[in-house]
Write a protein that binds this ligand. Sequence first.
Ligand SMILES: *Cc1c(COP(=O)(O)O)cnc(C)c1O
Length: 396
Amino acid sequence: MVSAILPTYTRAPLTFVKGEGSWLIEADGRRFLDLGAGIAVNALGHANPALVSALTRQAETLWHVSNLYHIGPQETLAEMLVDATFADTVFFTNSGTESCELAVKMARKHFFDAGDPDRVEILTFSGSFHGRSSAGISAAGSEKMTRGFGPLLPGFRHLPFGNHEALQGAIDERTAAILVEPIQGEGGIRPLPDVCLKGLRDLCDTHGILLILDEVQCGVGRTGKLFAHEWAGITPDIMMVAKGIGGGFPLGAVLATEDAASGMTAGTHGSTYGGNPLACAVGCAVLEAVTADGFLDDVAARAGQFRQGLESLVATYPDVFEAVRGTGLMLGLVCKAANTDVVKSGYNAEVLLVPAAENVVRILPPLNITEPEVTEALARLTTCAEQVRASVSEEA
Ligand SMILES: *Cc1c(COP(=O)(O)O)cnc(C)c1O
């Protein structure tokens, strides 16, 4: 008999009943160090007092009103995002995949209104992940996500990651946009080198097409900049945001330049919950914290500490790990042993990791993880490596 919850997830035998900062407490009382943060969602850790207070204050005032009316916290958050980024305008969603839906619609409408209605095709890359809606899976295009779910949304062209000739050859009079994650998350923490991101910007400018960045996982301070593309010194035309922006409350956004968004006039798009007062009140508190003086410097410092520790872990356990990659607190350990075994050994060592493609385990801790917590995380990862080494040599 099917479980009461649709069984689309393989779940670990863990039920967390409470969260405190970088820690999750299991029903049996064990304290797990959370290096997954809800997959880069709990940007400020669990039960952060500033977020709890923003949410509670808003909950006591106004939960929901329709987008038929002006919504104060939504306007405040939009202005904060416009001030802090390339964007001129923002639409709020509830998730990353909804942000993908709008990004695709916006790019196509831009060219439709510009009198170029055949310019509908969006170029994407192997290993990418853009969410689970029909547009999201069609954009990413992998067999694993799309099999059995056809007919897919047409108008995506999937290119091999890192193949410059294939990309240049793919741009024609039907191309509307390039959609890319500055650092692939689900794809195994694969960063796009800054020079490639610059190259993509140039290519888009040369051909008059739009650059859409998916910063759902790598955005909101994760890499040590507010958004990952800032490292490359370029800006996109459209950007998808979610995960960290809500700090654990469902919130997403599409940020865009005035020109890219020019087709999105009254009545062309909408959302019942998008920009909900509760979500936006929390979003304001997250953005305030992440843009506060010194916050991103601390992210960079913790990232350096992690990186150094992980490099020496790889050097000490070359039979378990192969390499470290990523930027800031979006780190990946490329494994030699099965990444799922490393994640499982983490359950014994009471440290939470997230698997990704290419046999990688992801390390995406709360951005405000402390120095002693990083030290503790590295100790627990060493315990994992010992366990995996022991079980591998047992098998041999
Ligand atoms: C998680 C993720 C999404 C989808 O976000 P949801 O909120 O799960 O819909 C899209 N793009 C990237 C890069 C992501 O990591």
